[in-house]
Design a protein around this ligand. Structure first.
Ligand code: NAI
Ligand code: MG
Length: 374
């Protein structure tokens, strides 16, 4: 039985709708397991711009750093958001990721058996898929700009006597590669004990270094099966035999592309959670930012159509990675699976189930199922 503080940044659009349900499920966890969660709710995105003049205030950033974990909804805008402010709501996320150095982005993909027909791929291909993509989030091409690299600076565009050219630099240090590899291997220890490191070592020097460092780290984990695979081959295997993967670890751009591809396996954007971790430790674990992979979905905002499961599974990741509460995380996952098995579906998956419910009803079903498991 513990006391934990969680900063809740619901954001705008469907962010608050799905985050309310994630908090409802966390309350059910507190009730069943006897924990105390103290929530600090703060504004980000459009609401923060309107009230505080910035997408996220310095005070909120400081609060995040002092919490045990951060639960994030989505930012991006409302249907009536007309860009009348100079600041973009999405800046809140970049400030959080960069300010707190969340260098590891974890995206699990585990399609539920009763949702296999929701994917455009054949059910027999998707069946048994349970993988985790670990994407490096603060290095590589996104931050490479000539020499020396300047984080966040746009790529160099130059005019020469022959016309215009542009340069992006893909730079990784050994330390950056090693810390993301260790996150992947540690994660594999709690899973199916296999790591696939994805690179383009037949072409890129940064990938050659990536492989060397990966081999060195792998030697520290003799209990984990390890393989290298080229990114183009990985893209193919992901949709041919997704169930062969356990943990996939890769650099920033490859990870961006592969996670969008992998999301197709789960059937809906509304099903996929994520965690972003850095090196800030808390008393209970690693400080992390937990959010659904989807955005603010202005097209369905305020209609009760948003699927809260991605947000609820993000809360499960929060329990596991930042609070060290593995049984509690498993209980949330089980409650989600049982609710889906019982036929409840939000609008996005309505064609695959018997009972269509709204956002709040889905949250309530999952919360009551969780408490009833006890
Ligand atoms: P989106 O993820 O908001 O929506 C894409 C499509 O998926 C829409 O048709 C939406 O209705 C549907 N969808 C998304 N989440 C859903 C859910 N939980 N349940 C049911 N259906 C769901 O992406 P879009 O439309 O490209 O971006 C909208 C805004 O969100 C933009 O301003 C964008 O910048 C922002 N955004 C923010 C993110 C974040 O806060 N992390 C991530 C991605 C986009
Ligand atoms: Mg992407």
């Amino acid at each position: 039985m513990g006391n934990y503080t969680i900063t809740v940044l619901a954001g705008d659009g469907i962010g608050p709708e799905v985050t309310d349900q994630a908090v409802r499920v966390l309350d059910a966890v507190a009730k069943r397991f006897g924990h105390t969660f103290t929530y600090h709710k703060r504004l980000v995105g459009v609401a923060a711009i309107e009230a505080e003049g910035d997408s996220i205030s310095e005070a909120t950033l400081e609060l995040c750093q002092k919490s045990d974990a951060i639960l994030f909804g989505a930012v991006g805008g409302l249907p009536n958001y007309d860009g009348r402010f100079k600041v973009k709501p999405e800046e809140a996320l970049f400030k959080l990721r960069k300010g707190l150095q969340f260098f590891a982005n974890l995206r699990p993909v585990k399609p539920l058996d009763s949702l296999l027909n929701a994917s455009p791929l054949k059910a027999e291909i998707v069946k048994g898929t349970d993988l985790l993509v670990v994407r490096e989030l603060t290095g590589g091409l996104y931050y490479g700009h000539l020499e020396p690299p300047v984080p966040g600076k746009p790529s160099a565009i130059r005019r020469t006597e022959h016309g215009t050219d542009a340069i992006d630099t893909l730079l990784y240090t050994e330390a950056e590669i090693e810390r993301i590899l260790r996150i992947a291997f540690d994660a594999a220890r709690d899973r199916k004990k296999k790591v696939t490191s994805v690179d383009k070592a037949n072409v890129l020097s940064s990938s050659v270094l990536w492989r060397q460092v990966a081999d060195r780290v792998a030697a520290d984990y003799p209990d984990i099966a390890f393989e290298h695979i080229l990114v183009d081959a990985c893209a193919m295997h992901l949709i041919r035999r997704p169930s062969n993967f356990d943990v996939i670890v890769t650099e920033n751009l490859f990870g961006d592309i592969l996670t969008d591809e992998a999301s197709v396996l789960a059937g809906s954007m509304g099903m996929l959670p994520s965690a972003s971790l850095g090196s800030h430790k808390t008393v209970h674990g690693r400080l992390g930012l937990y959010e659904p992979i989807h955005g603010s979905a202005p097209d369905i905002t305020g209609q009760g159509k948003a699927n809260p499961i991605a947000a609820i599974l993000s809360a499960a990741m929060l329990l596991q990675y930042s609070l060290g509460l593995k049984d509690e995380a498993s209980a949330v996952e089980a409650a989600v699976a049982q609710t889906i098995e019982a036929g409840y579906r939000t609008e996005d998956l309505a064609s695959t189930g018997a009972r269509t419910v709204n956002t709040e009803e889905m949250g309530q079903k999952i919360a009551t199922t969780l408490v009833a498991q006890a």
